[in-house]
Design a protein around this ligand. Structure first.
Ligand code: M6R
Length: 366
């Protein structure tokens, strides 16, 4: 049931704090990741891993993209991320000791399963999966499956599934960091960020009324651009996917540094530009990208935290300040208001939010 919410999507957005808490429970202890977090052989496999290939579709692909930033920056393990429908039809080179990892909510996505079946014969170290459905085909056919404990996701638009996939990928990053003896101070800090995540997601849900104000503006437009940089670039892609999927407004996500290489030509006073702008090492760069948009009359909607708001609050008409959450978990937190934004735009447009036209929850055919 929808528990009194107007749509499953809204219910599932609000279930995220508890879904994350369930996903990290019994897995994260102080700064250590439980050994039975994966299967019995996993420790050995992870110790031998020299590269990681992540393969997924749609929103799950975005989870892989975020994880790549974490894995490379924190564990220095070279990581590639690819869309399953592309991966399965090319001839990928697989260096020795490469771990294959699929991410999927349903565990039944045809292209992801085909990629897994290819990978099983291709000489990988092992095949791992991150999946929300126990006993799904992906769970059964992968060597090891780490379950997200999001609970059933009914809305076609993926919300809590992504958030818990990211929580699992954060745990996996921490496990690899532990096995590679990454500085304990760094690991402690990352673990602390993960533990505070449910509370901070809760805070971001309280921004609902402010987000509705953004939605009332954006609903009048036919296009939207989403910008982010670094680990927040995949969050911009996800924001755009969500908006087009449920509101049918054309939207594109861009790494903000690419603006001048083409999309800036689209910007005028009818183009809403939504930017994810936390205080991180790329803040200054993103600020100048925002200035480029402002100078062309683009309509700016910016999500900031307490530190990054300083340089922007006088220049940007639509600004929402989020609770700062630390650079590791920040992409997870900044994704939440984008989910709410798409939701409210779709409701105002009167679309079928939980069952958007032409789409299926689980894409079991090619
Ligand atoms: O079940 P999966 O995670 O494998 O599904 C992958 C995509 O079909 C899915 O994430 C899709 O992009 C969502 N509807 C996006 O909200």
């Amino acid at each position: 049931t929808k528990d009194g919410y107007a749509h499953y999507m809204l219910k599932e957005i609000h279930e995220q704090p508890i879904a994350v808490a369930n996903t990290i429970a019994d897995r994260l202890f102080n700064d250590a990741i439980a050994d039975d977090f994966i299967g019995a052989d996993a420790r050995e496999i992870l110790s031998q891993t020299k590269q990681i290939h992540i393969v997924a579709c749609g929103t799950s692909y975005h989870a892989g993209m975020v994880a790549r930033y974490w894995l490379e920056a924190i564990t220095q393990i070279p990581t590639q991320v690819e869309i399953a429908s592309e991966y399965r039809y090319r001839k990928p080179v697989i260096p020795a000791n490469t771990l294959f990892l699929t991410i999927s909510q349903s565990g039944e996505t045809a292209d992801s399963l085909a990629a897994l079946r290819f990978a099983k014969k291709a000489g990988y170290l092992a095949t791992f999966a991150v999946c929300n459905v126990a006993n799904s085909t992906l769970d059964r056919e992968s060597d090891e499956c780490i379950l997200t404990h999001a609970g059933p996701e009914i809305g076609v638009a993926s919300t809590k599934a992504l958030t818990t996939q990211l929580a699992v990928m954060a745990l996996l990053t921490l496990k690899l960091a532990e096995l590679r003896d990454v500085d304990i101070k760094v690991r402690k800090n990352l673990a602390k960020q993960l533990r505070t995540l449910p509370g901070i997601i809760n805070q971001s849900l309280l921004l609902n009324n402010q987000i509705k104000v953004f939605a009332e503006q954006i609903v009048q437009r036919d296009h939207a651009l989403f910008l982010g940089r670094g680990v927040h670039y995949p969050i911009a892609l996800e924001g755009a996917l969500k908006l087009k999927e449920i509101s049918y407004i054309h939207a594109e996500g861009y790494p903000a540094g690419e603006l001048k290489h083409g999309p800036l030509a689209l910007v005028d006073d009818k183009m809403p530009v939504i930017a994810v702008c936390p205080n991180d090492e790329l803040l200054e760069k993103l600020e100048s990208n925002i200035e480029e948009v402002r100078a062309r009359g683009g309509e700016l909607y910016v999500f900031v935290d307490h530190k990054s708001q300083h340089g922007l609050k006088d220049r940007v008409p639509y600004l929402i300040e989020m609770e700062a959450s630390g650079s590791f978990t920040s992409p997870i937190v900044f994704n939440v208001p984008l989910q709410l934004l798409s939701y409210h735009v779709a409701v105002l447009r009167g679309t079928d939010v939980d069952q958007p036209r032409n789409l299926a929850k689980s894409v079991t055919v090619e």
